[in-house]
Design a protein around this ligand. Structure first.
Ligand SMILES: [Zn+2]
Length: 406
């Protein structure tokens, strides 16, 4: 897929032109564009340039990538993960309890509502719900499970398509969507317009501070336009007439990895939240250094293991992007995944073949580098049981990534 890629020169948040590129990942693919043999070389590749605005201190991607087709065809969903479903249920309960005890049927809109499973949890609690979803297939699925969903982007024209009974609502939420929005301020203004007085807005985004802690440069993707932390997201909310209510709706272990969950209330004046721009700049520069060091560390680990057969486990975004940033992938034989997207596919940029895990029973690996580190134990157990591997053959990518392991 060839997509349009254009440079921006103004801050997505405050419109200033004082932007400094701090992290540069050269010629990176989409996380999800697996290719067939004949399409090798035709995949989308472009530099990812992560910059910081020296006026407001917000970190952001300074390229716009045309994603309309990508999102329309998007079918990835969290529907199979028990943990995600549990998270959604807990979130709905906490929100209802904290903000809508006196309101038996609050109106809830979700931006980028996917398969509708989060809204379904709100519906179970008596809320009236409406999803806005750019992928046609996902919107269809959501409608099928009883979650009314519009196939649309939530943008400046959203008022024209909202049904009359959803032109003024109590709660607007989004999950891993707000950081995918190229014009985050336009969307905030719309949210402000549609929310009732004292209405609540909740966003879940990737937390830049947690990315830094784990050195997870794979989360710098074409799909992600802004990278905020508690300090910068507070500034963004306040500058657009929202008052931050809490970052602790859920405990850390109830949230998904890297999640920053903010709840804010609509107010009628600007709120000032200070950001120390020099501090944010210093932090991002440190992250850049840590990223280079960890890329180097993975590369040396592969050289040290050049004489044995190394296989990568995990063809999700983390595996694909971490590998794509390496200069030399010849030390990896292939990638395996529990649920590969299709048969006979190759990873974008690295062009490593992607197989289901059964191949590990046929072609024995000496070492398995696990990118899906959240499931490390399960993966080790399964492969030992099924194919006779031993635990000392497994290495978690986290051990090579985290600065504290250097
Ligand atoms: Zn700015």
């Amino acid at each position: 897929m060839k997509s349009k890629h254009t440079r921006i020169y103004n801050c997505r948040i405050c419109n200033a032109t004082e932007m400094e590129v701090v992290i540069l990942l050269k010629q990176m693919p989409f996380t999800d564009e697996f290719i067939s043999k004949q399409d090798i070389g035709n995949e989308f590749l472009a530099d990812i340039e992560i910059s910081i605005c020296k006026v407001c201190g917000c970190t952001q991607n300074v390229n716009n990538t045309d994603m309309d087709d990508y999102y329309n065809e998007y079918t990835y969903s969290v529907q199979s993960s028990g943990f995600a479903i549990q998270f959604m249920g807990t979130l709905a309960e906490r929100v209802k309890e904290r903000y809508f005890r006196a309101n038996s049927a609050p109106k809830v809109v979700e931006i980028g509502s996917g398969t509708g499973e989060q809204l379904l949890e709100f519906k179970k609690l008596g809320c009236e719900v409406l999803g806005i979803e750019p992928s046609e297939k996902l919107a269809e699925y959501a409608n099928g499970i009883g979650v009314p969903t519009l196939h649309a982007f939530f943008d400046g024209d959203i008022n024209n398509i909202l049904p009359d009974n959803f032109k003024s609502v109590d709660l607007i939420i989004s999950s891993y969507t707000y950081d995918h929005i190229p014009q985050p301020i336009t969307v905030l203004k719309k949210i402000h317009e549609i929310l009732k007085e004292d209405g609540i807005m909740i966003h879940e985004v990737h937390d830049l501070d947690l990315i830094k802690q784990r050195n997870e440069y794979c989360l710098f993707e074409h799909e992600h336009y802004t990278y905020l932390n508690e300090r910068s997201i507070s500034y963004v909310m306040g500058a657009n007439s929202f008052e931050v209510d809490t970052f602790s709706l859920l405990l850390q272990n109830e949230k998904r990895a890297n999640s920053l969950l903010v709840a804010a209330r609509k107010v009628n004046c600007v709120k000032k939240y200070e950001v120390d721009v020099q501090f944010e700049l210093k932090e991002l520069k440190q992250l850049n250094q840590d990223v280079s060091v960890s890329i180097h560390r993975i590369q040396s680990w592969l050289s040290d293991n050049a004489n044995v057969k190394v296989v990568a486990y995990g063809a999700g975004g983390r595996g694909i992007m971490t590998i794509a940033a390496l200069n030399d992938v010849s030390g990896i034989k292939f990638i395996v995944d529990k649920n590969p997207k299709a048969e006979n596919i190759f990873a974008p940029k690295s062009h490593l073949p992607v197989y289901g895990i059964d191949i590990l029973g046929v072609e024995h690996a000496d070492k398995i580098l696990v990118f899906s580190f959240g499931y490390f134990k399960e993966i080790v157990n399964e492969l030992c049981d099924k194919f006779g591997y031993t635990p000392n053959q497994f290495v978690s990518i986290l051990d090579l990534l985290e600065p504290k392991n250097a």
